[in-house]
Design a binder for this molecule. Structure first.
Ligand code: ADP
Ligand code: ZN
Length: 713
């Protein structure tokens, strides 16, 4: 079974090996078992049902919540040469009837549809008349009322277990928490399913969180290093989205806004452009995200703090789905905390709910002020242990320093207390620094004992300190009033001198182009300067092909494939076939065009040496091309191809399955005909009449050559 799966992986998808738990999952499902798959975004969930779907007989039904997502997957499968279709409300009645006909005739291998569609009684009745290979339930966390993507229609999917007891089901999600997991099992009746839990680490994402000083300047510096790459910039409010997008455009960055306040057409148009064009920046509220499958989002920037680590993980996780390097960057400051705490205070819901939300926010703040590895801390929140610091986050590469802030912290607390626990950070810092302002004089604060005691620290150091005091809950923000600071109960031990306080030393905020910290280029800058020209040419060709086929560019080839082409510089189709992501179909369609770009536009028409042709033929056959296709590719006759194939079979460079494109029973029949006699293998002429109308004679030569080699006759 696994061998066949491997073959499908290479021939159809063009990949050499399975990733993580894919092989185990595919084996389980292909053998008719149920599976629950928890895998992070970009982990490769699609293959987990697409491969078994291709291995099993009949139709694979994929339940997916979003039309945009379905269309994307159908287009991708189409390009791979797999018969796929989506059944959704965008189809006319006529188109639906036509699709039903194709389904009845068994012409479709994979059908995508929304849950509400699937559970219509008529639909279920119809499906029961078909041969169903597999049900795949994507985004299975939508069944959970606890999560934020709850879709009531998902609740009805449980009945598939009773209606189709013989059909295996696989549920997939990138949502990790235990509660959601159990809810999926319960509601989808997957008690018997094997569970496949992957690590939720996203090793290709580089995490960086910086103190917010001049956010726009900081953002520009971050983006300047990533020109030409696509990314998402998240903001909390619609207004800020609009302003930031306009600001970026004015600064020469191609940015689009996206939030729930925009007209539906504008939203759809902007999303479409983001998916189909390259290098665009989407400035968005959290309304943008779910169902964005764009694999080459190279960075996710947060100008505002998410309200939980769950949200942060999910939003940053939209970067780097293709497994190539991506950046998660966030600027965060005291004002963010004030804003979120205020929102929480004013939100609906009971006290218990607010307490839960408060805890989530606290965990988010703790990550911001974390001095150890960010990834270790993030994964720990999801109950996963990362043994070693990751070496791929700001804290790891910058080696964050801590300092003993006990004494300044007590000065700060004292300043809050002496001024009556009602002033904001700005005024408190003025007092500590001994500044002669109107406000200071109006309230007589120059007479306080704390006035001017804090001159050892700079203003920004004081800001950092206050921010960390709030984040650690040593100081509260007065949310009813004007955001003044108050002492909280938990600061007493510090005031009494019973504990010491170690704080994070903020790095100087960098607003110049060199902001990546590690000194080198940003994680998400994929290509070197000297590769740029060819990279752009490859992308230009991809864009052109994408337009011709009306699909997003990554459906033609993902960035990872283009990058591998760039690095491995194939010079022939056979070498091209070894590039990850170049399956038989795509090799046939696009291989030559990309070769020409790589080889400087020179067409490859010089007469090939015979040796070269043989070599190429073997590669093409291994990649899954039929003899007819190979003949077209090598521009020689079919007969010629068969005789070359026979030679290769004789040397056992190929298996019969690779060389020929025959139904299994016919292949058996021909082999039997050869083996019927005793001892000697009969010549082709002895049986050629028997198969004359059914296969080209070349096929017989091939089979004979293979048998001869196998039995050493
Ligand atoms: P998910 O749905 O889990 O977010 P996808 O199924 O979209 O992830 O896969 C992410 C990317 O990884 C896709 O571009 C896919 O083609 C690629 N991929 C998946 N499995 C493999 C593999 N075994 N080898 C190489 N690339 C893979
Ligand atoms: Zn780290």
């Amino acid at each position: 079974m696994l061998e066949q799966a491997q073959r499908v992986l290479k021939d159809i998808f063009g990949y050499d090996s399975f990733r993580g738990r894919q092989a185990a999952i595919i084996e389980c499902v292909a053998n008719g078992g149920d599976a629950l798959v928890l895998m992070p975004t970009g982990g490769g969930k699609s293959l987990c049902f697409q491969v078994p779907g291709l291995l099993r007989q009949g139709l694979t039904v994929v339940v997916s919540p979003l039309i945009a997502l379905m269309d994307d997957q159908v287009a991708t499968l189409d390009e791979l040469g797999v018969a796929a279709a989506a059944l959704n409300s965008t189809l006319s009645n006529e188109q639906q009837r036509e699709l039903a006909g194709r389904l009845r005739r068994g012409e479709v291998k994979m059908l995508y549809l929304a849950p509400e569609r699937l559970v219509q009684p008529r639909m279920l009745d119809f499906l029961r008349t078909l041969d169903i290979a597999l049900f795949a339930i994507d985004e299975a966390h939508c069944v959970s009322q606890w999560g934020h993507d709850f879709r009531p229609e998902y609740l009805q999917l449980g009945q598939l277990a009773e209606l189709f007891p013989q059909v295996p089901r696989i549920a997939l999600t990138a949502t990790a928490d235990m509660r959601t997991r159990e809810e999926i099992v319960q509601r989808l009746h997957l008690q018997g399913a094997e569970r496949f839990l992957s690590s939720f680490d996203r090793p290709n994402i580089f995490y960086r969180i910086v103190p917010k000083e001049q956010p726009r300047k900081q953002l520009l510096a971050f983006l300047a290093e990533r020109r030409g790459n696509a990314g998402i910039v998240y903001c909390l409010s619609r207004k800020k989205v609009d302003e930031t997008a306009a600001f970026l455009c004015a600064q020469g960055f191609p940015a689009l806004p996206y939030h729930a306040g925009l007209a539906a057409e504008t939203r759809a148009a902007n999303q479409h452009r983001f998916l189909n064009e390259e290098g665009l920046i989407m400035v968005a509220t959290i309304a943008f995200g779910m169902g964005i499958d764009k694999p080459n989002v190279r960075y996710v920037a947060h100008l505002d703090l998410p309200k939980s680590l769950e949200a942060y993980y999910q939003e940053t996780g939209r970067g780097g789905r293709d497994g190539l390097p991506a950046d998660a960057w966030m600027a965060y400051g005291l004002q963010d905390m004030v804003m979120l705490k205020q929102m929480l205070q004013n939100s609906e819901g009971d006290e218990r709910h607010k307490r839960v939300e408060q805890h989530k926010l606290d965990a988010m703040l703790a990550l911001c002020e974390e001095t150890r590895c960010r990834r270790q801390s993030l994964l720990a929140y999801f109950d996963e242990v990362l043994e070693q610091p990751c070496g791929h986050c700001d804290n790891c590469v910058d080696q964050v320093q801590t300092w003993d802030a006990t004494e300044p912290a007590r000065q700060a607390l004292s300043a809050i207390y002496r001024t009556g626990q009602r002033y904001g950070v700005g005024h408190l810092i003025d007092v500590l620094l001994g500044k002669d302002t109107d406000k200071v004089r109006n309230f007589g604060h120059q007479k306080l004992a704390v006035f001017g005691v804090g001159k050892a620290l700079s203003e920004s150091e004081w800001r950092s300190l206050f921010r960390q005091l709030v984040a650690r809950g040593l100081v509260d923000i007065d949310l009813e009033g004007y955001g003044g600071l108050r002492l909280s109960g938990s600061c007493r031990p510090l005031l009494r001198g019973e504990v010491n306080l170690q704080l994070r030393r903020d790095l100087k905020p960098q607003t110049t182009a060199r902001s990546s910290g590690s000194g080198g280029s940003p994680a998400s800058q994929l290509v070197r300067g000297d590769e740029r020209e060819q990279w752009d040419a490859l992308r230009a060709l991809r864009r052109k092909l994408a337009e011709e086929h009306s699909v997003p560019p990554y459906v033609i080839f993902p960035d990872s494939t283009l990058l591998e082409m760039l690095r491995s510089q194939p010079t022939s189709l056979s070498e091209m076939a070894t590039v990850g992501g170049v399956g038989a179909r795509k090799l046939e369609r696009y291989g030559q065009a990309f070769l020409e770009v790589l080889n400087g536009g020179a067409t490859d028409e010089a007469p090939k040496a015979v040796v070269d042709i043989r070599h190429e033929l073997v590669s093409l056959a291994r990649a899954g091309m039929t003899p007819l296709q190979i003949a077209g590719q090598l521009k020689c006759s079919e007969k010629n191809v068969y005789s070359l194939l026979a030679e290769s079979l004789g040397r056992q460079e190929l298996s019969l399955d690779q060389a020929l494109d025959l139904p299994e029973d016919l292949m058996m029949e021909i082999q039997d005909a050869f083996l019927d006699g005793e001892g000697e293998l009969p010549p082709v002429s002895a049986i050629s009449e028997q198969f004359a109308q059914r296969v080209p004679e070349g096929v017989l030569y091939c089979i004979r050559a293979a048998l001869a080699a196998e039995f050493e006759l």
